[in-house]
Write a protein that binds this ligand. Sequence first.
Ligand code: SAM
Ligand code: SF4
Length: 329
Amino acid sequence: MLTDQFQRTISYLRLSVTDRCDFRCVYCMADDMTFLPRKEVLSLEELGEVGAAFVELGGKKIRLTGGEPLIRRDFINLAKSLGELAGLEQLAITTNGSQLSSCADALAAAGVTSLNISLDSLDPAKFKAITRTGDLSDVLAGIEAAQAAGIKNIRLNSVILHTYNLEDAAELIDFAIEKRIDIAFIEEMPLGTMPDIDRKERWLSNETLVQELRLRYDLHDSNATKSNSGPARYQNVAGTDTRIGFISPHSHNFCSTCNRIRVTVEGRLLLCLGNEHSLDLRAILRDRGYTREKLKQAIVDALAFKPERHHFHDPEHPQILRFMNATGG
Ligand code: SAM
Ligand code: SF4
């Protein structure tokens, strides 16, 4: 078992497989983005090594993310190799859903156990305004395909912004209820600088959102909050199978139960989403004397530097310059 200096057990790896994406969501990317040159990006084999080392260290869950993971060429091969690792209990993907309709069956066959699918509006024009390039109908078809493929654990992820989609939250919940899946609302995090955009002006707290939702839905605390060491606090919608998760990094500090680490697609091991501490795993992976044992030892040693907590919105703390797509959301 991997543990850090604050006695937290680390069992969950979020592994970014690309920084590229077919969408340009307004909270995630600036208008014109520069992506990493290919040689700086871990190969699928290197990503597989990181996953295998983590599971040998006692890791139980891996989430593949990005950028948009499903646009990475031969992504299915990586999913298959991770799906075969003895000891891995959950293989999850966070996706924008745009490619799901063509690959949901292959993902299910590869052993993918859960999907988080991002969806911020059911209005095609608003969806386009938020994603800048996305097409809502592709995502809706992707959700259907994932359910038809038998992937049981599906959750929608929605970022709600005051100035874009506050009035869409209820429609998204009704959609989740109809599909009998969960939905989580994520507060926008200040990752990456966007020169012409004032994130504070459009930022909406989950506290405000939940007050609005209570006017319309009968919400009750869910046991899922206790059994899940993740950052979401769940509410059941009475009379339905749907739970609503609230991920509120600003108002709810979930760091004391943090069980996760991240690896970016250039192989930076990030010990915390809201801090810059990191270790260059790519240098280890590309060293001529590479062995998996060396990689595992480096991961164990790095955990000594996992910070106690994040510092979003702490004026004393430097702003995080990496964008969410480069971090692995
Ligand atoms: N492309 C995939 C997707 O959109 O699901 C996976 C990567 S994306 C970076 C992962 C999640 O991070 C998405 O649910 C997205 O809504 C969320 N996200 C992106 N930028 C964010 C930000 N600045 N604050 C909060 N959530 C963000
Ligand atoms: Fe792409 Fe996901 Fe970022 Fe949107 S949130 S731009 S879909 S990586």
